[in-house]
Ligand binder design. Structure first.
Ligand code: TMO
Length: 326
């Protein structure tokens, strides 16, 4: 309901604006890059911005939650999103590509996983992990003060069907949704130092794997039907009796307007491509080594000239642009 109202307001503002605004030539109007609330997405956005700037474009960043970004893309308030993860954003992405309201700007080499994850020492206390059945049997270990005898699963501000999964697999767990993603790592560190059992939302590629040893919980293998067909899987009356995809895609999204009006940047966006190692290292430069987003992006740009320049099509290299700045 809320997002419908928001979309409606947004669309009224946009149509009002388009009535009064003169046609702005695309070389003047900044490209608006949507930034989300996890590290690698912001650093990749900063890198992409620098690449576009080197081509002579102006760039703005538009912070958005993953649920609000679809309206922003549909109405052209934002132009691109550089990290669309299969584990958290497949429904909206696929639906909007299918109905033509956004454009699929290609897939990174990186494969992704987002799911329940625990530090390695938990295996000694709960034999049978990483199977979800072992986790279910060990729910008691994950109780916290105030959790009324239920195990606690710590998650972040990304909508996930975890409550539905807990119900479908009849697990004695509850979801504790932390409002800031970084608070997951605060909980992890608190438990880690005491070797206390903990299970959290984590993803790969991420810096966490370079700092903590741990493993994803193995739920029943994901299938599309698990999300739509109650009869699928172990639970015959409820959906979501499965895990997230284990080898998920990582895509780039753009508005239709971006493809039409920023052709060189769109072609470049299609070529922009990161692998698991690059994404994990970039997020570690921020979350472990404490660079800020801009410093991490700048460092990467300086160390990878030939790679990112190869992403810009030959016919788009503008002699008068800011290439020399880099
Ligand atoms: C979308 N995320 C990478 C936080 O799972």
């Amino acid at each position: 309901m809320v997002s419908r109202i928001r979309l409606f307001l947004l669309s009224s503002v946009i149509s009002a604006l388009s009535l009064i605004a003169p046609a702005i030539s695309h070389s003047q109007e900044p490209i608006k890059i949507i930034t989300n609330n996890w590290t690698s997405q912001v650093v990749l956005s900063e890198i992409t911005g620098r690449i576009f700037q080197s081509m002579g474009a102006k760039v703005d960043f538009l912070p958005s939650s993953i649920s609000d970004q679809w309206g922003a893309l549909a109405y052209g308030v934002g132009h691109i999103q550089i990290e669309v993860w299969e584990g958290t954003m497949p429904e909206q992405f696929n639906r909007m590509v299918a109905d033509g309201s956004i454009v699929d700007a290609g897939t990174h080499t990186a494969t992704t996983r987002e799911d329940w994850w625990y530090p390695k020492y938990v295996e000694e206390l709960c034999p049978g992990l990483p199977s979800w059945k072992a986790l279910k049997a060990c729910a008691d270990l994950f109780k916290r003060p105030g959790s009324e005898g239920e195990g606690v699963y710590f998650s972040g501000p990304w909508e996930k069907p975890d409550e539905a999964r807990i119900r479908a697999l009849e697990m004695n767990f509850r979801v504790k949704t932390l409002s800031k993603g970084d608070d997951i790592w605060v909980e992890l560190e608190k438990s880690y130092s005491k070797k206390q059992p903990i299970v959290i939302f984590n993803w790969s590629p991420n810096w966490v794997e370079s700092r903590y040893s741990g493993t994803f919980v193995e739920f029943p293998q994901h299938a599309a039907a698990c999300e739509t067909d109650p009869e699928w899987g172990l639970n015959k009356t409820l959906i979501y009796d499965c895990g997230n995809p284990k080898s998920g895609w990582l895509k780039k999204a753009a508005t239709v307007n971006f493809k039409q009006n920023y052709q060189c940047e769109f072609e470049t966006l299609k070529n922009i491509n990161f692998n698991n190692h690059q994404i994990a290292s970039l997020s570690a430069r921020v979350d472990v080594d404490k660079l800020n987003f801009q410093e991490a992006a700048e460092e990467w740009i300086n160390n990878n000239h030939s790679l990112w320049k190869s992403w810009i099509p030959q016919n788009c290299i503008d002699k008068n642009s800011h290439q020399e700045a880099y």
